[in-house]
Design a protein around this ligand. Sequence first.
Ligand code: ME8
Length: 641
Amino acid sequence: MSKYITTPIYYVNGEAHIGHAYTTFIADTVARYERLKGEDTFFLTGTDEHGQKIEESAKKVGKPTQEFADEISATFKNLWDEFGISYDKFIRTTDEKHMQGVQKAFEVMYAKGDIYKDFYEGHYCVSCETFFPETQLIDGEFCPDCGRSTTVVKEESYFFRLSNYEEKLLKHYEENPDFIMPRSRANEVVSFVKGGLHDLSVTRTSFSWGVKMPQSIGDEKHVMYVWLDALLNYITALGYGTDEEKMHYWPADIHFVGKDILRFHAIYWPAFLMSLDLPLPKHIGTHGWWTRDGEKMSKSKGNVVSPKEVADAYGVENLRYFMLREVPFGQDGDFSQRAFIDRINSELSNDLGNLLNRIIGMSGKYSDYVIDSVDVEKYHSQEIEQMNLILDSLDAFIENLQPHRYLEELWRLFSIGNGVIQEYEPWVKMKNGQKDEALATVAVVANILAKAAIMLHPVMPNTTNTIADALSFEINTQSYKELVQEKKLLKLFNIKKVPPLFPRVEEPLMQEAPKAEPTTMKKEEKKSSKEDDNLITIGQFFETSLKVGTIVSAQEVVKSKKLLKLQIDLGEENPRQVVAGIKEFYSPDALINTQVCVVANLKPAKLMGMISEGMLLAAKDEEGLCLIRPEKSKKAGTPIG
Ligand code: ME8
């Protein structure tokens, strides 16, 4: 089976920002993941170069429009090349082949009777390149999407019979609940369509920077509407209307888009495709918007995050990891150096980097940099089983477009690796003459690292190649099949020393964004500004997974004054073990079958040698501690939020 993955094509009216980088990183990650699995994958990105907005931007800087588009398009392409983005094609809407394909599509729709000529009178937002009926404008003038002033357009135009597709679109959404992902985004599209679709003006006469009308139709004063032109890139890139060479990749598996352009992809694009009698893309993966330090990015505020600047300071792969891990796909995310540095230091440097260093160090000390997996099954079958369960669970997170969950689960492998070293203390075993056991522990961790490196490869390709190099194997489809799918162990490792992969970052490496200072600040506002510094976004809050749990068993931890060991049902396959400091306030018997609120996505920790996989919510004051419980009984695992 083949896979086809796309990013939006970026407007050439400015340089790439962090939002563009995010879509591109996700699409690149999924494309690399599919290739790793051995799928024949085509990954498309490119630039959107026509339309009034680009024509005006070029005029402003006094350049011929084509030259202006060439320059900015090249900045995108160069940046993606510098970032190692693995696109198979970089399309430009000014490519001759693309323009021919657009004309062909126009002819097909016209011949079908889906396009007719009329007169357009209405409002147009140049920034969004979108027509709006007067009823949708704010104060009768401003764009409902971006808030900018709209212009009145009164001109002859060809129209696409979008209204004919209302029913068919609604049927498609209903029959394909995962067409729009995440599903939570589908409602806005469905209600927009249910609100009634107007036919869409698809040509303009008041400017000339666009694909010309096909000669068969004539009417040379018209050029194509930029969104018709742009959306068709997804098929012209495969040769639609020209050589058709790669059309076997169609339909696309995923179009990645930002939430602001969902409507174009989930309404106009499928309607165009239906008119062309082509199948629809399988999924529209819709992501949220990035802010910087909690504020919307804009050129005028001077706070736009340049991905190049961040990558130069922190490394592009660290940035990929951060962006994919930080935000649940579909939600808005915030870029702050503090959050970025925390993830580098705690997850990349501590959890992963240190684990690799320890293995390199121990293998050197104990076995002259050679690790043999011969005794791994004998001493560590339990860890291997845990590891395999995690490896098996990962694919679904990519399928469901949950890269943050994918990485979260993947990181559990490093917890197992770090935990096994702590628990088995190979250095003690070496001293006691139990060399086989010590080496088995080092070997199981080396295997964990090797398998984790394969799965992390789509997100951090170069870094994981270095890890593989240190462990003397290669990451490719074969090693994926053997080590991940077939669960084989690597027999022998010849360990190579590599410099630390993730040096700790002690202070911000980039200048902070200028803070927008309101010119007049009222007294009360001033007072609260300190508190505001501590405010979190709703997205940050939802990073914490809170769930209702039912306590199924409770035991005292004998040597501890404070701890109880609980088994809590969170609606998962097995109950979770939580070690909680509540012994002074609750007897084990009184807890059984009661419900509690559990922080369910904490990294497992060890308390007095026991793994604890969660935390209970409780309130404590001078009178003592009480657990926070749901007011009514709820099913175990019910999310709180
Ligand atoms: O819309 N955070 O191009 P574009 C996250 N040419 N994503 C952001 C963002 C932010 N702060 N700002 C913008 C276009 N984006 C059209 C696409 S596709 C056939 C044509 C995202 O350069 C935005 O949501 O304005 C969109 O997905 C992408 O950047 C390109 O925006």
